[in-house]
Each structure stands twice: as C-alpha cells, then as structure tokens.
Design a protein around this ligand. Structure first.
Ligand code: PA5
Length: 461
C-alpha cells in the first residue's frame, strides 16, 4: 500500500506557532471523523449525494463492455483523440501520461504494440487544434467525446469541427470511429449519439467530473491505449477498503484531510502545494488542483451561511520546481502545507558515468540519476522543515496502474472528508456554472437572451 508520513506537521518538529499537536488532534477529532466516514458510506448510493464514484472500483459490467470495445478497435487506429475538459480530461491525461511509455506518441506502431497514439484536446485554441488536425489522419483516428452534461460548449464546438472534417475526409462509415461517453439521459450529445448511431458509454449517475476518472470517462481511453484497467481498479478497491476504516489512526485519507483542515482554521495556512517527484506524474498536480479547488472553494456552507472557504492548490513538480518555487516555500510567508509525493522505485535505472572523477563533478561520478532524485527529494523535505514549513509525504512504491488507483482514490476520499470538515458540499460547482451561463448568453444560445442583455450592460459600463 502507499504510505503517508505526517511527522513534519507536528509542533515538536516545526514549533508551536506552525505545528499541530497531532496526537491530541487525532484524539479530539476521532469521533467526528468516524461520523463523517460513516455518513459518506451510508449515503453513497443515495440519489443527489453525488457520491457514486465510491462504487467505481466494483463496476464489473462497465469493465466488461469497455474491454470488449477495446478488443474490437485494437490495431485499427493510429490515433485516439480524447475530447473533454476539466474532470472529463484531467484524470485521463494524468494516468495516460504516467502509465504509457514516455514519449508514447513518438514511438513506432510496433513499439506501441499496435495501440494508438493519444491526443487530449481540452482547450479551444484554434492554433493548437489546427496544428493537431494538420498532423493526424482522421481516417485512422478514433474520437472519444467525453462530457457528462453532454452539452459543454467548448467540447461541442471541437466535436462539430472534427465531425465535419471526418464527414468530408473519411468514408461513409466514419461514424463508427466516434465513441461518446456521456450521461445516459440528458444532453445534446446523448441525443446526437442515438441519431448518428455512435457507440455510447455512460457516465454513471451522481458521479461528478472531477470524481469520474475510474468510471468509463477514464477507463475507456485507458483500455483502448492498453493501460491495465483491472489493476487500476484493484488499487481503487484496496484503497477503498482502507478508507472505509472509521478509525482515523488507520485511515490515511482522513488523516491528511484533518491536517489540511486544521492547518487552515488554526494556523491560517490555506495554500496546498502539491509536488510529486516524478516527470511521469507531472499532470497529477493538474488533476489534484481541480479536485481540491472546485470541491473545496465554496461561498456557502450546508447551513446556508456565507463562509467563502477554500484551499488554494499550488502545482509543482520535483525536482524542476525546486529551481523556481522552493525559494518562496522556504523563505516566503508561512501560509502553505506542502504535500510531497515520493516514488520509491523508478522503472529504470540511469547511471551517471564514471568520468570527471578528479574535477568538481567527481561527487556525481558513478552515482545514478535515481540516487540524485531521492537525495533531492529528501533534502527539500528537510530544508522546508528547517524553515518550519509544514509538510507531509505520500510515498508510492512504483508508478503503475495499481498504485495510481490507490493514490488518486485516496486523494478523492481526502477531498470528500475535508469538504465535510468544512461543512460544505464538495461535489457541486455553482461558481463554474455561473460563468458558463454567461458564455451561452454571449454566444447567442436560445433561452439566455435576458442574461445577454444584462451582460452587455455590465460590459459597456
Ligand atoms: O468536475 C467537474 O464537474 C467539471 O470540471 C466538469 O468535468 C467540466 O466542466 C466538464 O463538464 P462535462 O463533463 O459536463 O463536459
């Protein structure tokens, strides 16, 4: 299992002003934590609780259909395009980047064992979309459109462009190369899928985008790319078993949730630095940032009080960002909690050659890059602790599907528990929806005429 070390948040380590009396706090909050976990598990299947993501590890039917689809398309496509944004893209991007061989898209078909290259389209920049369309052959491309609402403007716009191109450039069967992942009832895309005859997968009811990576949202592209989704879900289940533990001393998701909550309310530390030491995990901070920010940044609590709470995520990658952000962590304001993610063992070993022994580089000669990254990770942990900056370390034995399943599920549970501690709803996103409505108004969507008029007045002022 992955491990969690919270030693460096203790007041005996970083001092009374910045640290917590962690044993006392676990004792003080253990009943409340047990109650939160109870409620999460008791309510997870209820409609409207948006907690059915807690069932993702156990959905054998979806797994079967997805594997069947992946087998059907194996060796058929050179490219896979994944159109989605926010929660419909970030988890997929994270796991694909972490588990596929580095520089995947530059490998030959044989090196990829017949699995396609993959391109995630999650923005509406005409330059990057045109650039992509210039280099891929749509006749050899599988397109997966992912949108829970089936309606998201940006993704619908890209879909319309690509569908139109496919119609012009591909043969009459081009619709077979479009597969959608969307809500089973609502949304324009669901309607279009049945009109056009696309193969369709469901985003399960009551699973929000940022909690959806282990549903068909992530599993479908993963399976098509040859990523081991069985192992991924085994990791999810094992972490779920651990997270069902009501006892805070046994539940690492609850421990980290409580630490971040107490650091916020007792010590005013509202920034969460999230820093994996691995290039292959470089999109994990993007996924985590959305999860943490969109789930916890809320205006109102469950009782309707205006609270404006939230923990601001700050993305970083070790060691790269040691040379850009570490100065701020060490010497800047003590308003952050740092979550280091340590990878214990890399897949490959890279030795530094035994040269230049008698120069200023002699200390590197004969060591390995693996030694170096471990030394840097440890030194950074010690140095931020010297500066009395609270930090925790989550260690994963290796980067593979099993441990990513564990890690990402743990972070989702941690977020849900933190939301409960703040007494806010971690599963909605009214702030995002407000801006989306303004987009509809500006783009002339029917039904948004009044918003367009109000918006126009505001813009003119
Ligand atoms: O987490 C969320 O709910 C959001 O980030 C959504 O995933 C994002 O807005 C995209 O929505 P949809 O999947 O409906 O296209």
């Amino acid at each position: 299992m992955i491990k969690f070390n919270y030693h460096n948040v203790g007041k005996d380590v970083i001092g009374q002003e910045n640290g917590l009396d962690i044993n006392q706090e676990f004792e003080n909050h253990k009943d409340h934590i047990a109650q939160i976990i109870n409620e999460l598990y008791e309510n997870k299947d209820q409609r409207g609780y948006w907690s059915k993501w807690m069932n993702s590890g156990y959905d054998e039917d979806t797994l079967w259909y997805i594997n069947e689809f992946a087998a059907e398309v194996k060796d058929k496509y050179e490219n896979m395009l994944v159109l989605g944004i926010g929660g419909s893209s970030l988890g997929g991007k994270t796991i694909a980047h972490a588990t596929l061989k580095p520089y995947w898209n530059l490998l030959s078909t044989e090196q990829r064992k017949g699995y396609p290259r993959v391109f995630f389209v999650d923005n509406i920049d005409s330059d990057s979309i045109n650039g992509l369309l210039d280099i891929i052959d749509l006749k050899k491309t599988l397109v997966n459109i992912i949108t829970k609402s089936g309606d998201t403007t940006e993704i619908m716009a890209v879909y319309m462009i690509i569908k139109d191109r496919m119609k012009k450039e591909c043969d009459d069967n081009y619709r077979e190369s479009i597969v959608v992942t969307t809500d089973r009832n609502v949304g324009v895309l669901r309607q279009l899928a049945s009109q056009e005859g696309y193969k369709a997968f469901e985003v399960p009811d009551d699973v929000g985008g940022r909690y959806s990576v282990f549903s068909s949202v992530g599993l479908l592209p993963f399976a098509v790319l040859g990523i081991d989704i069985k192992e991924l879900l085994r990791g999810v289940r094992d972490m779920d078993a651990l997270c069902q533990n009501r006892d805070i001393y046994q539940n690492i998701a609850a421990q980290n949730a409580l630490i971040h909550y107490l650091m916020s309310i007792q010590k005013g530390k509202n920034i969460t630095v999230f820093m994996p030491y691995s290039d292959r995990l470089k999109y994990l901070p993007d996924w985590f940032s959305q999860l943490w920010a969109e789930s916890l940044g809320k205006e109102r609590d469950w009782d309707g009080n205006k609270v404006n709470v939230g923990l601001t995520p700050l993305k970083a990658v070790g060691v790269t960002d040691q040379h850009s952000l570490l100065q701020l962590y060490n010497e800047g304001p003590n308003d952050k909690v740092i979550d280091f993610i340590k990878v214990e063992e890399f897949d490959t070993q890279l030795n530094i050659p035994n040269i230049f022994q008698y120069t200023g580089l002699g200390y590197l000669s004969g060591k390995s890059v693996n030694d170096l990254i471990h030394a840097e990770e440890l030194s950074t942990t010690v140095s931020v602790t010297d500066y009395q900056k609270p930090n925790v370390t989550i260690s994963i034995p290796k980067i593979n599907e099993y441990y990513l399943g564990q890690l990402m599920y743990m972070l989702m549970m941690q977020t849900a528990i933190t939301g409960a501690l703040f007494n806010i709803d971690p599963f909605n996103q009214p702030g995002v929806e407000q801006s989306q409505n303004y987009v509809y108004a500006l783009m002339g969507r029917v039904g948004y005429e009044e918003s367009a008029r109000i918006l126009q007045e505001k813009v003119e002022v």
